[in-house]
Design a protein around this ligand. Structure first.
Ligand code: 9MR
Length: 374
């Protein structure tokens, strides 16, 4: 029997309220509550994959049913030097996910960041030929995707290939391989694991121009016989941007183009920035630190805590409204302490972007999307 998400949420809330003294009424995690609608995932930090894995009782294990390695599967970690593959942390991620019955989302095969220079260069430091780079890309993807064939549910094959106005970004991948570099990446991934889902993933996808660019990529891939299973809308947001209406517009545009959607890398910064027009997740963009941009070092006041909860509630109401097109919602981390937002776009701040506080306790934002969905 299918239970609607509202009923499940009501059930979850009821279970939470009757748990005291009732051994069998185990509260469900957020992913269980949204089970009928979409997967709810988190990013796992490399430090959690070193040594002994967290138990099945860990917070991430209890709450989420899809795991993405925040960094461990990026090129610089998997193949830091030519032909030297290091799967230690990636293997751990897969083991951890299996223990938690969570899907593994592979992140990421082709990105202009976190890819060592050697990939694009010969021994003298000159750019390699198209043939050599294609061979390196094929070998990397076949080795990585092949190793986890049947174990990784879906891959972010290409990450952040678009400029803000939707054209292709100028990267070594594109300069050396040509404008169809991404087609090769998807083709190699499909060859290596024909059953894995394949995704295109980018930030600022609430901008119509960027969504149009992503749809162009999806259509170009379709013309080459490759299906993109979902476009990942990275959701690195803040209390101040973007407008829900803009996100909704992008969701509808993708849906109307027949494209399925994953909300990826969700976090909501509560901190002010020097530039009101700033958004996104370009790791090369930085501002200088100043106490005025770090106002909550001693804790988040109730008003902002409430604002954050309302923002999350608005987003989840939107995700539920389009649940027919949304396959997954992945948070970029579990607790505020581990979030990259503490260090970007200004280093060393105290941000509060996720569902659990620095002690792993659920925040009002968590309550808002597990108990009070409109
Ligand atoms: O959260 C990640 C951070 O720990 C890394 O230092 C950074 C560079 O590899 O990448 C961060 O994750 C990025 C993701 O892989 C792609 N989209 C933007 C994310 C935030 O920069």
């Amino acid at each position: 029997m299918k239970i609607s998400v509202k009923k499940r949420l009501a059930l979850g809330a009821a279970l939470l309220s009757v748990t005291t003294g009732v051994a069998s009424a185990v509260p469900e995690g957020i992913a269980d509550l949204y089970n009928e609608s979409f997967l709810v995932g988190t990013a796992i930090k490399s430090r959690d994959l070193m040594g002994e894995l967290p138990s099945a009782d860990s917070l991430s294990c209890r709450e989420f049913n899809a795991f993405t390695a925040e960094n461990a599967m990026k090129w610089q970690h998997i193949q830091p030097a030519p032909g030297q593959f290091d799967f230690a942390l990636a293997d751990q991620l897969v083991a951890y996910a299996q223990q938690c019955h969570a899907r593994v989302i592979g992140h990421t095969l082709v990105w202009h960041q976190q890819t060592p220079d050697w990939v694009f260069e010969d021994a003298q430091g000159n750019p390699v030929s198209r043939e050599i780079l294609l061979d390196r890309l094929r070998e990397h993807i076949h080795t990585l995707v092949g190793r986890y064939k049947g174990k990784v549910y879906g891959w972010d094959v290409v990450n952040e290939a678009l400029n803000e106005e939707g054209s292709l970004r100028d990267t070594p991948w594109r300069r050396i391989l040509g404008d169809d570099f991404y087609v090769h990446a998807f083709r190699f991934a499909k060859e290596a694991d024909p059953n894995a889902q394949l995704y295109y993933n980018d930030f600022n996808m609430y901008k119509p121009e960027k969504v149009a660019g992503a749809i162009r990529l999806v259509k170009q891939l379709a013309a080459s016989g490759i299906k993109v299973d979902a476009v990942g809308m990275q959701a690195h947001y803040s209390l101040f941007y973007p407008a829900l209406a803009d996100i909704e517009h992008s969701i509808k545009t993708l849906r109307d183009a027949g494209v399925r959607i994953a909300m990826t890398e969700l976090d909501i910064s509560v901190l002010p920035l020097p530039d009101d027009a700033f958004s996104g997740a370009d790791i090369t963009q930085r501002f200088t630190a100043h106490p005025v941009y770090d106002p909550y070092v001693n804790g988040l006041p109730n008003a902002e805590q409430q604002q954050l909860a309302e923002r999350y509630q608005g987003l989840f109401a939107l995700y539920l409204k389009y649940a027919d097109s949304v396959d997954r919602v992945t948070f970029w981390g579990t607790t505020d302490e581990e979030s990259w937002r503490n260090n970007w776009p200004i280093r060393g701040r105290t941000d509060y972007p996720l569902l659990f506080d620095r002690n792993g306790r659920p925040k009002p934002a968590y309550e808002a999307i597990t108990q009070h969905i409109p």
